[in-house]
Design a protein around this ligand. Structure first.
Ligand code: SF4
Length: 576
């Protein structure tokens, strides 16, 4: 029987309860968003006692379905003021499901100046003081927890940024090797955890069991078909497996959509130096593993081991968006420097997209020159130390833009844009503008049809068809995030009809249901409606579903295009 664990930081109580009617049939993003929308005052302070942090595995978590162990974190966002869900790989999602936990809800506010850690095991939940972890980065925190709880647990932690309640703070989840390299990065959820004075959650899977399945044979057959689709599709069996997400550097650069030097160009002249092909080459030369899964059950394995010049493990492969944020967007072409900044972000507990954008905006404001890798590393180190400059940078790109008088600030709902210029990948521009999450490529990844000819083909430079494309993808993504599937399964799901049918069949077999494809798509729509409703009550209107005006005024080289999708069309995205 699945349950919800409620942790009240005001009276330091931990209680377990069954799943109420309002939350039944939901998991992952669907469940985090439903709890936040139902139980959090939309007008509350995101770092006050009335916000709640919800951590939930997906509907398919804890099963033998490939790539199904993602974990969602949700709350009112300190960065956007809107509802937020950010999900992560690592072991936590699978472990929670195997312990029969549908969600952990962290409520209230510890008044004392004390830090706490939460232990979650098989029918055992315990809060205890953790002042010895104060001021530590995620790596040192995990090392200390490992020596206390052993190597079998999964750890969920915040670094210095979360303790400082900075709006770019992330929540770290350990991977299979117990490294804090997987993050619920976006929207400052680490600051919410920090505001609760909760430094760490220890998830001990001992005595946990494979999640119950009503029809085991039907589930097994559907899981096999799903895995086959993942192994057949070229993106999930070759591209991502061999070159990681960084394979996109050359592709997006070629498309003229790689935001360069703070969104002033769509081409970076030194892109090859930071490409997935180069990342793979130096990894092989340094005898690292170029194909690594961040969680059990991943058969795509888009990650890899980044080795230093001496051939020692240094960090996980930086994601494409991370390489871009610290690379082309700051005018930097040094992969070793980018890997150092990625590791520092993992350690301080920072969203690489928000922080890289913040530094790029600071560069435009004259704080450091574009291309100054050492300067960017110095600025990042200031965030870890909590200097006044560091705190400004750790508050995100919008705050930095205001501080240094920069007009070109690429944010929507205060959240910085990822690695696709919306003028040259217009479907992504629609997603940035309208997603309840703020600028978020994962919310409706229109790069598929705009650039990769996956799930059809829509000209990335034209307005035609982009609203329909983004709409369909936002609905499908809400479903994938609710199921707890890694978003990269979307490539086969879009191209191989049986992959989506297999997902529906697995949901039916696991829960004893008879849903149709339309039913599960309606679930995706419902999740979006819940999120939009919360945002409306928080004061968001259609005027917030817009890109910054410079995207309509400044032509992006090399295609010399602007973002030209009419506002009236943007306002139709959620007409279901
Ligand atoms: S494909 Fe990549 S992000 Fe997805 S679960 Fe595997 S390693 Fe993690």
């Amino acid at each position: 029987m699945f349950k919800i664990i409620r942790v009240n930081m005001s009276d330091l109580s931990v209680k377990s309860e069954g799943i109420s009617e309002a939350y039944s049939g939901l998991g992952g993003r669907g469940l985090t968003s439903a709890i936040v929308a139902n139980e959090v005052d939309p007008l509350c302070s995101p770092i006050g006692p009335n916000n709640k942090l919800v951590i939930a595995p997906g509907l398919l978590g804890g099963t033998n379905c490939a790539n199904s162990g993602r974990v969602s974190a949700g709350a009112k966002s300190p960065l956007t003021g809107a509802i937020k869900e950010a999900n992560s790989g690592g072991q936590a999602g699978g472990y929670l499901s195997r312990l029969g936990i549908a969600a952990i809800v962290i409520e209230g506010h510890a008044e004392q100046e004390k830090l706490y850690k939460l232990y979650v095991g098989k029918d055992k939940y315990e809060l205890s003081e953790a002042n010895d972890l104060r001021g530590m980065g995620n790596y040192a925190t995990v090392d200390k927890l490992k020596s206390a709880f052993g190597e079998k647990a999964g750890f969920v932690t915040i670094g210095q940024a979360g303790e400082m309640k900075l709006a770019a703070a992330s929540i770290a989840f350990t991977d299979r090797e117990l490294r804090p390299t997987r993050h619920a990065g976006r929207g400052g959820l680490g600051a919410v955890m920090g505001s609760k004075n909760l430094k760490a959650i220890v998830i001990d899977p001992t005595d946990g069991e494979v999640a119950p399945v009503v029809d085991k044979e039907a589930f097994k057959a559907a899981a096999k078909r799903f895995a086959k689709a993942l192994q057949e599709h070229p993106v999930t069996s070759q591209g991502l497996t061999n070159y990681g997400t960084d394979i996109l550097i050359n592709i997006i650069n070629e498309a003229g959509a790689l935001p360069t030097r703070n969104f002033s160009s769509g081409r970076f002249e030194k892109a090859e130096n930071v490409s997935g092909e180069t990342l793979n080459k130096i990894t092989v030369e340094r005898k690292g593993n170029p194909s690594h899964g961040c969680m059990s059950g991943c058969i795509i394995r888009c990650s890899g081991d980044y080795m230093d010049k001496n051939g020692e493990y240094f960090s996980k492969w930086p994601e494409y968006e991370t390489v871009w944020a610290w690379g082309p967007n700051c005018g930097i072409d040094d992969l070793d420097a980018i890997a150092r900044m990625d590791r520092a972000c993992d350690d301080f507990g920072l969203d690489t997209i928000e922080t890289g954008n913040a530094v790029a905006v600071a560069m435009e404001g004259g704080v450091k020159p574009f291309g100054d890798a050492a300067g960017a590393e110095e600025l990042l180190a200031e965030i870890g130390r909590g200097t006044p400059m560091g705190r400004i940078l750790g508050s995100g790109a919008a705050v930095v833009g205001k501080t240094f008088g920069v007009r070109r600030v690429p944010v929507v709902k205060n959240q910085a844009m990822p690695a696709y210029d919306p003028r040259a990948v217009k479907g992504v521009g629609v997603t940035y503008a309208t997603s309840p999450m703020g600028a978020d490529h994962t919310a409706g990844y229109a790069v598929t049809a705009n650039i990769m000819n996956v799930g059809g083909s829509v000209d990335p430079l034209k307005a035609d068809g982009q609203v329909e494309l983004s709409k369909g993808l936002q609905v499908a993504t809400a479903l994938i995030d609710t199921a707890g599937l890694c978003l990269f399964v979307a490539f086969p799901v879009l191209d191989i009809p049986d992959a989506l049918t297999a997902v529906v069949d697995m949901l039916n077999a696991k829960y004893g249901l008879s849903l149709t494809t339309d039913d599960v798509m309606a679930l995706g729509q419902k999740v979006l409606q819940i999120e939009r409703d919360f945002n409306a009550r928080a004061g968001f209107t259609a005027a917030d579903d817009r890109l910054p005006e410079f995207f309509r005024q400044e032509k992006l080289p090399p295609h010399d295009v602007i973002f030209d999708i009419p506002d009236a069309e943007l306002d139709t995205v959620f007409n279901f």
